[in-house]
Design a protein around this ligand. Structure first.
Ligand SMILES: NC(=O)c1ccc[n+]([C@@H]2O[C@H](COP(=O)([O-])OP(=O)(O)OC[C@H]3O[C@@H](n4cnc5c(N)ncnc54)[C@H](OP(=O)(O)O)[C@@H]3O)[C@@H](O)[C@H]2O)c1
Length: 374
């Protein structure tokens, strides 16, 4: 049954001001006068042009469904690509933007016995449409998480942390002391990789682009657990590589976020029969494989997509649940920190979209639906 329940969402307060804390801009908000709404698009294209805020009707949850009040949801590169129509998923239009996010259960359908109002849940799957104040989802697309998990971590655990976790587990049997090399290492995925690897005793060689504040970024990544941090240019130097691989073993696993020449450089560092996994293509350049690397080193070139992984699991929730449990514990202990975030009230989504599509802001954009829970 469709019903409009706008009256229950009338809060009386307003946006106050924005401040800068440790370089991260945050908005101080009180609950706004909100009718339920979503950030939607009716055609694929430039997100700054095709997205708009639209009021939504709230459905009653059907038998296997759950009503959720969203708290926060990030803007990831994949969300931008989905709206542009160039990603692996093309949702039916009109669609709500966003994929991951965290919310609170407000009502459950008759068949849902393992969730109650007030439980905290995160969305998973693909193009779930998380940029909204409220939504109704099938129970099978939600994971219950402990309330002790910080909201920012919970909102951002599904895509990047799970990708890092799976790539470190599923391709090579890594033992403490082994090495993993990755490019785009300051990305959200890269930061999760170095933090999880450190917890598991795995050494990481982290490649980033040079930048004016390089020393600051290197210090910050080392603070997160990076064993070594190199620029793309440094990785190309034979002398640097010789020094580097006299102190750590050659990598068994390379994680490629970027593509192009740098993806090829990672291959050259791999150990015999090492595995090169492409999960992102930030440079928009293809991955070129030198023939000698294939013949003489027998390296394996593979790819990973989290959405496929979830599909492959089907109803096998045990492995999925263990992954989320492990990651939530790491987040609760402060061992897995989310990247720096601009917290932007969802009403100001245009500002967040413009920041997310600008190059190298160094921060992720987080749409906030409930500032009180943050
Ligand atoms: N396959 C999967 O299941 C999966 C899951 C999650 C994410 N991803 C993909 O992983 C990638 C990273 O996602 P994220 O959310 O972690 O990204 P993010 O936090 O927004 O970071 C983007 C990263 O890409 C780098 N970058 C951008 N343009 C570049 C270029 N031309 N050359 C080299 N580096 C460049 C940035 O480096 P600078 O700081 O130097 O700009 C930064 O390190 C995206 O392609 C995303 O779609 C894939």
């Amino acid at each position: 049954m469709m019903s409009k329940v706008f009256s229950s969402f009338k809060f009386s307060s307003k946006l106050l001001h924005s401040t800068s804390v440790m370089g991260v801009r945050t908005f101080s908000v009180h609950r706004t006068l909100l009718s339920p709404f979503a950030v939607m698009y009716s055609e694929f294209g430039d997100p700054s042009k095709v997205l708009s805020k639209r009021e939504i009707e709230l459905k009653e949850p059907q038998a296997n469904e759950v009503s959720v009040k969203m708290l926060a949801a990030p803007i990831n590169p994949a969300d931008i690509n989905t709206i542009q129509g160039v990603y692996g998923i093309k949702p039916p239009l009109p669609a709500v933007g966003g994929n991951e996010g965290v919310g609170e259960v407000t009502k459950v359908g008759d068949n849902v016995k393992d969730l109650v109002p007030g439980d905290r849940v995160i969305l998973f799957g693909g193009a779930t449409g998380s940029w909204r104040t409220n939504g109704v989802w099938n129970r099978d697309t939600l994971i219950k998480i402990p309330k002790a998990t910080p909201v920012v971590s919970a909102a951002t655990i599904t895509v990047n942390c799970c990708t890092a976790y799976r790539m470190l587990q599923d391709f090579v049997s890594l033992k403490p002391g082994d090495t993993v090399i990755q490019n785009g290492a300051n990305s959200a995925v890269g930061q999760a990789v170095m933090q999880i690897a450190k917890l598991w005793g795995i050494q990481t060689v982290n490649v980033i682009r040079s930048r004016p504040n390089l020393a600051e970024v290197v210090d910050w990544l080392k603070g997160l657990g990076a064993t070594h941090v190199l620029t793309e240019e440094e990785l190309r130097s034979k002398a640097t590589q010789e020094t580097l691989f006299s102190s750590v073993p050659k990598p068994k696993l390379a994680l490629n976020c970027v593509g192009g020449k740098n993806a090829t450089e990672l291959m050259r560092t791999l150990a015999y029969r090492g595995i090169h996994v492409t999960y992102g293509g930030m440079s928009m350049q293809p991955v070129t494989v030198p023939t000698g690397q294939l013949i003489f080193k027998d390296i394996r070139i593979m790819g990973f997509w989290m959405t496929n992984w979830h599909k492959q699991q089907g109803n096998n929730n045990e492995v999925r649940q263990k992954m989320f449990d492990d990651l939530c514990v790491m987040a609760q202990k402060g061992e897995l920190k989310p990247p720096p975030m601009n917290k932007v009230p969802i009403e100001k989504f245009e500002e967040a979209i413009s920041q997310a599509t600008e190059k190298s802001t160094g921060k992720k954009q987080l749409l906030v639906m409930d500032s009180v829970a943050m």
